[in-house]
Design a binder for this molecule. Sequence first.
Ligand code: MG
Length: 278
Amino acid sequence: MDRWLQDIKVIVFDLDGTLYQDYRFLGRYVYKMLVNTHSKEEIEQYIEYAYRFLEGSQQVKLGFFYDQNFTFYEHDYLKPTNAYDWQGNKQEIKEVNGDLTYVGDPWSIATFIGRKEKISSETMKQAFLEVRSEMLHSDEYISKNEKLADTLRGLKQYKVLMTNTIEPSGKEFVDYLLLDDCFDEYHYDGKKPLGIQKIIKGLFNKGYKGEEILSIGDNPFNELHPVKQVGGHTCFISPYEIADNTEWSKRVHTIDDLDEFLSLFNNNKVFEKMEVSQ
Ligand SMILES: [Mg+2]
């Protein structure tokens, strides 16, 4: 039992990939982006590529950055150490070209493929909304977890939900997952990582300290690094490994793991025992 848990007064949660997990959407998302412009074979190859990327079974994987030429960078604490083309062939590290994009979750793998194939932002947005709608309204539905919702409701900490997903889709997911009365603050279109820095500033203004904040998410760059940088605690959730060697306060793989971890906060007996043993 880690003693730092006793200090946590605020918990910031991500939504997609954190409070529910589904990875079936990735293939459908890639398909919808490419269906009007690419052959069946090309689409199949990109879908396979997307899953290899997610599962970490190729050189270029989750946790890498890419630049505007689609050169990927492996890194050590966010400092580039190796460069590859998108298919994993080693490149020389030249001066980094323009802004870097971090591939931290399955959504960002699909975004990379859309950008590389010059799919219009309108088509990408349409594919995004369709695939999300299917997650709630078709055979591809995601499962709700009432136990997790109960655990969240029971937490005494100040609870903030922040997702980069826009309304209405973000709110629809919150309602579907029975999370509409679980949090003190809800932020949609959160524009993380910058958005989370604003949240932290607001929390500091309310008198909270860095070490009293815990952030939970599946995208380290968006959700964990900004909180770690101010001395906060972090919980990385994903069934997949990520090429980011930063140490998190807690690592969980599934929603059930997360529920078990959060239940520690609601178990007063554990905390009483900890106080005695101090
Ligand atoms: Mg996420």
